[in-house]
Design a protein. Sequence first.
Length: 252
Amino acid sequence: MIRLVKVCKRLGGQNILRELTLHVERGEVFAIMGGSGTGKSVTLKHMVGLLEPDRGEVWIDGANLAVLNRAQLKGLRRRFGYLFQSGALINWLNVGDNVALPLREHTRLGRTDIQQRVAERLRWVRLIGDEHKMPAEISGGMKKRVGLARAIVLNPDIVLYDEPTSGLDPVTARAIRALIREVNDRLEATSVMVTHDILDATDTADRIGFLFDGRIEFVGTPAEVERTDNARVKNFLKGLDDQTSVAEAVPS
């Protein structure tokens, strides 16, 4: 469904992605893990065509983004939903209008149909009855859920999540993780999340890819990640940097 082939990207004078190769299967939830500044969000932006690789190829459902014209790329982007790290709600629109915005901009649905679709998506994310609240009146976790409802209101084939539980308390984060899995199954979508939170990946994803130095170094199921002998992955999961061994981190 999604393939990145030897993608290279240089930003701000630094090599962010170095021949990154990645394959996401149709229908799965795939998590990309890595530390801050390792290129996780840059990878997502390549998938949706917001960034173009300096070298390499990005393929979405058999289409090479590099050969698409502007209209074709615009049409492809409509197949995506994107949950931003902050939720990215529009402050002067209430919850219902935030969720309805993609429908008003990209469809010809009438008012009644839009209201019904919005109500359905708010029901999915457990926010039915909150449509008249303003962003300033709701919690961080509710903002994430509103952002998720908006991301899926057009029934996307692919949903991208940028640090979906960042800044949330453990209980709310667990609820968001459960919603991501539930939404993916309801829509029969393909989902990709970038995260530095281990539980985001192990509790939600079918497979996890670990990003180091601009490359995907290891890919496996949560069970395979738990059993891996890859030193960099083990260090990351234990909160150690690449230069510190597990033994060195344990006081004598």
